[in-house]
Ligand binder design. Structure first.
Ligand SMILES: NC(=O)c1ccc[n+]([C@@H]2O[C@H](COP(=O)([O-])OP(=O)(O)OC[C@H]3O[C@@H](n4cnc5c(N)ncnc54)[C@H](O)[C@@H]3O)[C@@H](O)[C@H]2O)c1
Ligand SMILES: N[C@@H](CCC=O)C(=O)O
Length: 543
């Protein structure tokens, strides 16, 4: 332990670079894209710091150019999961005992490496593997990961600083112990930052981790792991076991050593995992901590006092950036009929300009959706609108999978506020709008608050201050991240802690003290300096 009350450096958010023509970051990113694109990787498992090759292979392809194979990835199964659990147990002995400042230093160093020499590797890997544009990669794979790794040590310090009072004669202490067992981190395809944060937040708090990345994002996940190794993360702290969901998930959840699940992904998968833990409860040493951030059906509610241009831009960016594949994406909007013609025409004008294509072409605003399953699923939803008398496709709706999984930004108007596309998560570039009569605003707000089972993000556009206050109150349970006059995407660590309630998850807020508290188990220590030496109490003395 340290002989000093060390202070974690004050966190600050990593500035977002512009990649504008002529900037050094643009040149560096293009060079790195060329370098990564020129070679195919073979991605092994990494268990206890050793590379493991199973020979059972999955392919990683570029979503916007699916003829190109980026990598072949070895797949884990039950035997490798068991080996990863054992490696985590072995590493826990020294990692849990390590001074928290030393653990923090590893992640702070990783943050600096990423802000500097590793930045364009993670950005390029995310662009190629997940079809993100330079800006979308930068805010995710560079800035948000750096932010997680700078802010989490700060939050850890604040947790450790929270100590009980000590009356005279005693010293009371709170110790924030890591959980007794391993944490299973299961990460989604759509954010490299989530892939980086889910294993490392519990690790920072002294836990060791078995990490299952999403198969469709294993390419950038591999570089996250290599960066952590470069920053000095000891072997066995994070064990990397890519593979099919159930092949990896079932044995991990069945292990008596499971102490926590850190999940982000779809609601259905999370609910299945929760059930599996519940049904097997008696096998565990304790009660596994379950943290899961899941799906959304995020809304924009437009008040008649809203500013048209700001509303239209928020809808376009909120709905179509990263092809609508954000849990926070605007996918349903409620617009008053008095504003709709102007808002609609502004959106149509922007959609007409938007370029969809290969993200290495820096003039694109959108790339491809992640894979064929996503492509088929989004097309199915568009087909439902096309076939319905209750909906009209105002723009987009076409798709092309000849070279990549491209889907046009699609604007749909429906006359049914409970139309399927107003209720279900689509996870693609589809925005459905219900136009309400201005005099029926109350009813529209009630519909907006109650239509979907989710409660992740939502936004209100209004200039009228009373309306802002009123709608903020009405939507109190409808969104864990609520925006006023801003799009519902783009939360920043340390600024808007992220997560939703209802079917959207446990709302433990990634990148906050709340999340880190789930990975520790407090021990209260009381030390008495001059303990009593007689058993009687004072009131007994007149006997
Ligand atoms: N709320 C949030 O913060 C947030 C953030 C990002 C994504 N999401 C949600 O994630 C979803 C999109 O991501 P996705 O397509 O990667 O989600 P997904 O649920 O298909 O997969 C998530 C992870 O779970 C794994 N998995 C699937 N079945 C499993 C099983 N039976 N056992 C163990 N692991 C299993 C996958 O391989 C992947 O690693 C959307 O619903 C989106 O809203 C939510
Ligand atoms: N935190 C991200 C969304 C993550 C989910 O996909 C945002 O705020 O847009």
């Amino acid at each position: 332990m340290s002989n000093g009350l060390f202070r974690i450096p004050e966190p600050r958010n990593e500035p977002v670079l512009s990649y504008a023509p002529g900037t050094p970051e643009r040149t560096a990113l293009k060079k790195r894209l060329d370098e990564l694109s020129a070679r195919e990787l073979e991605i092994p498992l990494v268990i206890g710091g050793r590379e493991v090759r199973t020979g059972r292979m999955a392919e990683v392809r570029v979503p916007h150019r699916h003829a190109q194979r980026l990598a072949r990835c070895h797949q884990a199964g039950p035997a490798e999961v068991q080996a990863a659990i054992e490696a985590a147990a072995q590493a826990r002995r020294t990692w849990a005992a390590m001074d928290p400042h030393d653990r923090a230093a590893i992640f702070l160093k990783a943050a600096d490496l990423l802000a500097g020499p590793w930045r364009q590797t993670l950005n390029a890997a995310t662009m190629l593997g997940q079809s993100k544009t330079p800006y979308q990669a930068e805010i995710d794979a560079a800035c948000e990961i750096v932010d997680f790794w700078r802010w989490n040590p700060h939050f850890m310090e604040r947790i450790h600083a929270d100590q009980p009072v000590s009356p005279p004669g005693q010293w009371n202490r709170a110790e924030y112990r890591p959980l007794e067992g391993f944490v299973f981190a299961v990460t989604p395809f759509n954010f490299t930052s989530i892939a980086a944060n889910l294993p490392t937040a519990p690790a920072l708090m002294g836990n060791t981790v078995v990490w299952k990345p999403a198969s469709s994002a294993v390419y950038s996940a591999w570089y996250v792991l290599k960066l952590l190794e470069a920053a000095g993360l000891p072997p066995g702290v994070v064990n990397f076991v890519p593979g099919p969901g159930r092949q990896v998930g079932d044995p991990a959840l069945a292990s008596p050593e499971l102490a926590g699940l850190h999940f982000t992904g779809s609601t259905a998968v999370f609910q299945g995992m929760w059930r599996a833990i519940g049904e097997g409860l008696s096998r565990y040493r304790g009660y596994p901590r379950i943290v899961g951030e899941t799906g959304g059906k995020d809304f924009v509610f437009v008040h008649p006092s809203a500013e048209v241009d700001a509303t239209a831009v928020a809808l376009v960016r909120g709905a179509f950036e990263y092809q609508g594949q954000k849990c926070s994406a605007a996918s349903r909007a409620y617009v008053p009929e008095s504003l709709w013609p102007q808002v609609r025409d502004r959106i149509l004008a922007m959609i007409a300009e938007i370029r969809v294509g290969e993200v290495e072409d820096f003039s694109t605003f959108m790339g491809a959706v992640i894979d064929r399953a996503a492509f088929d699923s989004v097309r199915k939803y568009i087909g439902i609108a096309r076939d319905s008398s209750q909906a009209k496709i105002l723009a987009g709706g076409r798709s092309d999978d000849t070279k990549g999984f491209f889907i046009e930004p699609t604007l749909i108007e429906t006359v049914n506020p409970r139309f399927k596309l107003m209720e279900e998560e689509i996870f693609g570039p589809v925005l459905t709008v219900y136009v309400y009569a201005d005099i029926r605003l109350d009813e529209a707000a009630e519909l907006c608050a109650s239509t979907s089972p989710y409660g992740l993000t939502g936004a209100v556009f209004a200039r009228d201050r009373d309306a802002i206050a009123d709608l903020t109150r009405r939507f109190v349970d409808a969104a864990g991240n609520f925006y006023v006059n801003d799009k519902p995407t783009g939360a920043v660590v340390g600024q808007q802690p992220f997560g939703g309630a209802r079917a959207s998850g446990t709302n433990d807020k990634a990148g906050s003290m709340g999340n880190l508290l789930r990975w520790v188990s407090m021990r209260a220590i009381k030390e008495t300096f001059d303990p009593p030496t007689r058993y009687e109490y004072a009131y007994m003395r007149d006997r």
